[in-house]
Design a protein around this ligand. Structure first.
Ligand code: IPE
Ligand code: IPE
Ligand code: MG
Length: 264
């Protein structure tokens, strides 16, 4: 009897990846996951490769993560692909990054369609090169009738820009008497955002060990659970994502209130 009690846990006692996955699926899944895909440059540097090689590898992670999230039953996956601040990078890197949506979508669009994924975008398309804009528009059109997971690319996206634009929209509505001052609420502000039709993210993941938001979804992340991993984006995989989701599922989201059993 004591022999059994004292026996050390071995690897064989631990649940397998498949068992963990099945268990996680039984628990509440984050409806909306937002990811700051960071660390492509450092991944390339570690391998003495040019930074763009890291971005190219990162594109494959986008595919894997999309399919995995869709399999898990996540409803919205927002991926931060290019920030309004990323224009500060060298032109050759920007040019490469702007070609990635075209390459990604021409390679993987059939698979996205097959998996009922709906492609959307937040950010301003105005400043994007025509070929980038066209690739994204085509993907949005070809997946517009899909009703599975929304794959939302944040492309030339900046949260402060988004908020300033929302303020302008509301100001115009006010000026034109379409809205009264008393009608400006958290809901009207949310409705003026580029994410107006989406729920707020439940979980934010940032890869590469940086612990900051870098101008990403500042309004929408007000009550998101935050997860930071040291893993660089090109190395991010289902195992890391499952571990993060398991951790998320252990957390108690109180939204300022108390646990259900503490409320009485
Ligand atoms: C993230 O990787 C991709 C974009 C910001 C476009 P980085 O290019 O920022 O990689 P690091 O942070 O330099 O390693
Ligand atoms: C944030 O990563 C933007 C994207 C992932 C698209 P950055 O690498 O640009 O962020 P900082 O400069 O480290 O804050
Ligand atoms: Mg970075």
């Amino acid at each position: 009897m004591f022999g059994k009690l004292l026996r050390k846990k071995t690897a064989a006692d631990l649940p397998s990846y498949e068992e963990r996955l099945a268990a996680a699926k039984e628990r509440p899944m984050p409806v909306h996951i937002a990811i700051i895909m960071d660390g492509n440059g450092r991944w390339a540097k570690q391998r003495k490769l040019p930074r763009i090689a890291g971005h190219h590898e990162g594109m494959k992670t986008v595919r894997k993560t999309t399919l995995f999230a869709s399999r898990l039953g996540v409803e919205v996956l927002t991926l931060y692909a290019f920030s309004t601040e990323n224009w500060k990078r060298p032109k050759r890197e920007i040019d490469f990054l702007m070609k990635l949506p075209g390459e990604f979508l021409s390679t993987y669009l059939p698979e996205l369609v097959e998996n009922n994924v709906k492609v959307e975008m937040i950010g301003s398309a105005d400043l994007l090169p025509v070929h980038t804009k066209e690739a994204i528009e085509r993907a949005m059109q070809e997946t517009s009738s899909n009703d599975g997971m929304v794959l939302n690319f944040a492309m030339n996206y900046g949260s402060r820009f988004e908020i300033s634009e929302a303020v302008k929209k509301i100001a115009v509505q006010l000026q034109q008497d379409e809205l009264a001052l008393s009608e400006i609420t958290e809901e009207t502000v949310s409705k003026a955002m580029m994410t107006c039709h989406l729920p707020d993210p439940d979980l934010l993941i940032r890869t590469s060990g940086e612990v900051r938001l870098s101008n990403f979804m500042l309004w929408q992340l007000a009550y998101a659970e935050l997860a930071f991993t040291e893993v660089l984006w090109p190395d991010f995989d289902e195992h890391t994502m499952l571990t993060i989701i398991e951790d998320y599922q252990k957390r108690s989201r109180r939204f300022g209130s108390l646990e259900g059993n503490e409320l009485t």
